[in-house]
Design a protein around this ligand. Structure first.
Ligand code: GRF
Length: 200
């Protein structure tokens, strides 16, 4: 099976990147990771990529701002650097904590997907797991979930590719809920990537 080139964007620990790396080695995978990009030079995910011989680069927004440049300058430079180093069929945001502008998305129309630890329209943006846990404790929700969706300028609002409900238990601590969510995310990010590539 010919494998499609994907680029993975991360900001931190990279456990979802690791799930993609492990899956890409399986004969059933329709993708290979050609590049890993981070907006944090200290991201452990870059180490995971290096350990697997995957090229990487890091670009920090702070450096751009210190040079008097804008977020859009950062995004356009990021897109050009990705295209200078790879020809991705798909860009996968796996724990990428920077809102991408329409200027960035215009370089990769319909080719960017994101993993988000909440159900569509429930807890958009940052700290989604904590906010779901707080809402559960107030009796506002019975469960939460995870999703893989296409990226549009509106945060966490693009077309849903895959989603999964995750139960919250009365006995749960926040840590227990996070662990349950992360373990399911590792499967959903792989399935969502395969699905998104099939649809292209
Ligand atoms: C994941 O929970 C993802 O949904 C969220 O950030 C976390 C990243 O985890 N946006 P990791 O860096 O892949 O371990």
């Amino acid at each position: 099976m010919s494998k499609h080139s994907i680029v993975v964007l991360i900001s931190g620990f990279g456990s979802n990147l690791q799930a993609l790396i492990d899956a890409s080695k399986l004969p059933t995978a329709n993708f290979e990771i050609s590049l890993v990009v981070s907006n944090k030079k200290s991201a452990y995910g870059l180490e995971r990529a290096a350990q697997n011989g995957i090229p990487t680069f890091a670009q920090s927004l702070k450096t751009f701002k210190d040079e008097g440049k804008t977020r859009v300058d950062f995004d356009v430079a990021l897109a050009k650097e990705i295209l200078a180093r790879s020809q991705p069929k798909l860009i996968v945001l796996a724990g990428w904590m920077h809102i991408l502008s329409p200027e960035f998305l215009s370089f990769f129309p319909g080719k960017v997907i994101n993993l988000h630890p909440a159900l569509p329209g429930q807890f958009d943006g940052a700290h989604a797991i904590e906010r779901a846990f707080e809402a559960f404790k107030k009796g506002e929700i019975k469960n939460t979930g995870i999703m893989v969706h296409r990226v549009i300028p509106e945060v966490d609002r693009g077309e849903v590719i895959l989603k999964q409900e995750i139960p919250i238990l009365d006995s749960d601590t926040l840590e227990a809920l996070e662990e349950r969510i992360h373990s399911h995310e590792h499967q959903l990010i792989v399935a969502g990537t395969i699905e998104a590539l099939k649809a292209l």
